[in-house]
Design a protein around this ligand. Structure first.
Ligand SMILES: C=C(O[C@@H]1C=C(C(=O)O)C=C[C@H]1O)C(=O)O
Length: 375
């Protein structure tokens, strides 16, 4: 089911002529000089559609720099007056909304920690009632698509139709190359549910590391995201927050210039024909895959019945182990990754277990299939 969001196109609230659309600026506004000088360098690149700066910073641990506060709004105003760049800040309370609007901030965004808390989002939404301002909603810190959707709905229900989502990645306990795991599938899922909702990628917070920003930005554009929000500081080496992920305006230009832009729609008739031919091959293969999966499940059900008649447990760890090993080895020979093959086999195995559970417990009440498969 598609989401029922009332959304205006991105072009109605931000200059989209520049390709790709980039919102840039320091992680935090630190001093008037730092902000204004960064803004001038960014504006001079001609590649930026809006200036971002954190004024109120939600920090994970106390004792860190928590943002310069309201005074930063005046610096932003000066930066805007002098460069012509529209401005964007994060708001986390009704008071932030009021102050930002009073100071003429052009775009607001809801941060990942706020999106995770419906009380906070509702407070922001209530403060936005009757106001015509664009709002971007970052994904929640935890990988929960419903929370992200809920926040977008709350803001939209308050009458905000200039709406976008920001994909900034998700916290995870395990260490990885990324500061926040991109979990691209969640962003793709949201795009599928709300095709008209513009999505901006935030490679700075995903990577936490400036050397990976280009790579993540390219992937975001290839996944048809509409823009990028990249942290840029006049001198990242002395930045008060997130120094490792900020880039100088010059480095930002390098990153942008190295990106390859691809079109979302196919216009050329020849390309269209070739795509259609390849897609019809995929259609046939998908039908076969589904048919074979259904056949596999029928056999699993027979095995389930046999186990029931003979008092054998459904899960057979040794057999399952053997299958996993054999399939991943075979798949590797066919150039499929072990990780993908394991995931695919695990999906098949859990459905096979569910089917056998149904057979074993026939006549007894079992929860609906959706609850089991999503558990
Ligand atoms: C089908 C069986 O039951 C379970 C499901 C399996 C599968 O779907 O391949 C493998 C092992 C068992 O955990 C079986 O025992 O063979």
């Amino acid at each position: 089911m598609k989401l029922d969001l009332n959304i205006q196109p991105l072009e109605s609230w931000i200059k989209t002529g520049k390709e790709p659309l980039v919102i840039a600026g320091p992680c935090s506004a630190e001093t008037e000089e730092q902000l204004v000088a960064t803004a001038h360098l960014l504006a001079a690149t001609g590649k930026i559609s809006a200036l971002r700066a954190g004024i109120w910073k939600p920090r994970t641990r106390p004792g860190e720099f928590e943002g310069i506060g309201s005074i930063g709004l005046e610096w932003l105003k000066r930066a805007k007056d002098e460069t012509g760049l529209p401005t964007a800040v994060e708001v986390a309370t009704a008071k932030h909304v009021e102050e930002a609007l009073k100071a003429g901030v052009d775009i607001l965004w809801v941060g990942a920690r706020s999106t995770a808390n419906p009380f906070t989002v509702q407070e922001i939404a209530d403060a936005l009632k009757g106001v015509d301002v664009p709002v971007m909603v970052k994904n929640p810190v935890n990988p929960d698509l419903s929370l992200w959707i809920g926040a977008l709905e709350r803001i939209n229900n308050a009458g905000i139709t200039k709406l976008a989502a920001i994909h900034r990645g998700f916290s995870s306990y395990e260490k990885s190359a990324f500061r926040n795991e991109p979990m691209w599938d969640i962003a793709i899922h949201l795009k599928t549910l709300a095709p008209h909702l513009p999505m901006i990628n935030d490679p700075s917070h995903i990577t936490g590391n400036r050397s990976l920003i280009g790579y993540v930005s390219q992937k975001a554009l290839d996944l048809d995201m509409q823009g990028l929000m990249i942290e840029s500081h006049i001198d990242p080496s002395v930045a008060w927050t997130d120094a490792a992920q900020q880039v100088t305006p010059a480095a930002l230009v390098e990153i942008i210039d190295h990106l390859t832009l691809r079109k979302p729609e196919v216009r050329d008739a020849g390309v269209k024909d070739k795509l259609a031919e390849l897609r019809s091959q995929i259609d046939k293969i998908d039908d076969l895959v589904i048919q074979k999966v259904a056949e596999r499940m029928q056999i699993a059900e027979k095995i389930g019945q046999y186990k029931k008649d003979n008092g054998i447990t459904i899960l057979q760890v040794n057999r399952w182990d053997e299958i996993l090993n054999k399939r991943t080895t075979y798949a590797k020979a066919l150039k499929l990754s072990a990780e993908f093959t394991e995931k695919l086999m695990e999906l098949l195995h859990s459905e096979s277990i569910r089917k056998q559970t149904e057979v074993m417990n026939k006549g007894q009440e079992t929860p609906p299939a959706e609850q089991l498969t999503h558990a």
